[in-house]
Design a protein around this ligand. Structure first.
Ligand SMILES: NC(=O)c1ccc[n+]([C@@H]2O[C@H](COP(=O)([O-])OP(=O)(O)OC[C@H]3O[C@@H](n4cnc5c(N)ncnc54)[C@H](OP(=O)(O)O)[C@@H]3O)[C@@H](O)[C@H]2O)c1
Length: 259
């Protein structure tokens, strides 16, 4: 690993590490040398994954976290700093989605998606930043989405929450930049995980989406490795407030103007 991307002696919190992208991010950071705080609403579920990371020679703790509950956020951060002397990196990944036509979205659907994805990410960043500010160093990576920059039918609350993440990222970057903390948004395109499995089981939809992606396929786990390590490392020191799309180009619009 080049010195530029070496995360040895860095401590990273990865929220929502019980499956999917959270585990891809955690593994990439651990391979680059980081010790980890892994969270789930039921942290016993992530013990097998934590063991996998420990076998790479990293220190790992698993902590309960429900981002819909402020006390749970405060407890998670307290536990992290009681074990590790500092937190260098936060991957604000915990999130959820509800796919429905806009006219069918209920009050509670909206609250669930927006509170988890947007309010949760803000308060996790706030509580972690309190400690980063003391050390005058931090790398906060908010997980956005291609929906941070474009609209998608059937995803109104989700797109609103992810658009908010892009704006939140810019505001926090502005506020904490002079204190050595960078805040960026890593925005994946279409990756198959538990959250969207039902779509990928539909061949017609899969053909449709692949046709819209300039690189011609959905994302694979390792497609995110380079970007997350880069934004988590010292090499991205002069980059803050940005949204980096890892989406095979689908955010270009990818609409044919020829026949
Ligand atoms: N997959 C994609 O194509 C894609 C694309 C762009 C962005 N994203 C975003 O990337 C993140 C991960 O996506 P994914 O596909 O891996 O999703 P996933 O398989 O549904 O995993 C979501 C993770 O978030 C955690 N979580 C959900 N609600 C939570 C809450 N209230 N408090 C704390 N943790 C909570 C879950 O943990 P527990 O259930 O164990 O608590 C789980 O580990 C999400 O924010 C998602 O919106 C995904």
């Amino acid at each position: 690993m080049s010195e530029l991307f070496d995360l040895t002696n860095n401590v990273a919190i990865v929220t929502g590490a019980s499956r999917g992208l959270g585990q891809y991010f955690a593994l990439a950071l651990a391979k680059a040398g980081a010790d980890l705080v892994l969270t789930s609403r039921n942290s016993t579920d992530i013990e097998p994954f934590a063991q996998e990371i420990k076998s790479l020679g990293r220190k790992v703790i698993t902590v309960d976290l429900d981002v819909e509950n402020l006390q749970s956020i405060e407890n998670m951060v307290s536990q992290a700093v009681s074990v590790f002397p500092k937190i260098d990196i936060l991957i604000n990944n915990a999130g959820c989605n509800i796919r429905k036509p806009a006219v069918e979205v209920s009050w509670s659907d909206w609250n669930s998606v927006v509170n988890t994805n947007l309010r949760g990410s803000f308060f996790v960043a706030q509580k972690v930043a309190e400690h980063m500010l003391k050390k005058q160093y931090g790398r906060i990576i908010n997980i956005g989405s291609v929906t941070s920059v474009s609209g998608f039918a059937g995803l109104a609350p989700y797109c609103a929450s992810r658009g908010g993440i892009k704006q939140l990222t810019m505001s926090l970057a502005d506020e904490w930049g002079k204190s050595g903390i960078t805040v960026n948004c890593l925005a994946p395109g279409w990756f198959e995980t538990a959250q969207n499995k039902v779509l990928y089981e539909n061949k017609q939809w899969l053909d449709y989406i692949c046709d819209r992606i300039p690189i011609g396929r959905p994302g694979r786990p390792h497609d995110l490795d380079g970007a997350v390590v880069f934004l988590a490392s010292k090499s991205s020191e002069y980059i803050t407030g940005q949204t980096l799309l890892i989406d095979g180009g689908v955010s270009t619009g990818a609409t044919k103007a020829t026949v």
